[in-house]
Ligand binder design. Structure first.
Ligand SMILES: [Zn+2]
Length: 91
């Protein structure tokens, strides 16, 4: 199993490049061709650290509870302090 860096959440989007390049999928460690349909995963939305990954690998990782999306990560955070709720009227 290849190593993926730690991140609280990931930005994930489908991509297909016209560049005749190959990348190494960070999830399985195998090569992937830039011109095939695949996914771009960015730790906490950081485009400088984005990685190209196989769609199937991203799907498998997400089903295993890895690679949470930002909205999923936010849902697990503690509630904001009551002062914030009083100021904004949010519950
Ligand atoms: Zn892969």
């Amino acid at each position: 199993m290849a190593k993926v860096e730690q991140a609280r959440w990931w930005a994930i989007r489908p991509v297909r490049s016209r560049k005749p390049a190959t990348y190494r999928c960070p999830l399985c460690g195998l090569r992937l061709h830039a011109m095939s349909d695949h996914m771009l995963i960015s730790p906490e939305g950081d485009g400088d650290r984005r990685r190209h990954a196989h769609g199937e690998c991203v799907l498998a990782a997400r089903e295993a509870g890895r690679l949470p999306l930002e909205s999923e990560w936010r849902a697990t955070r503690p509630r904001p302090p009551s002062l914030w709720r009083r100021l904004t009227g949010r519950v």
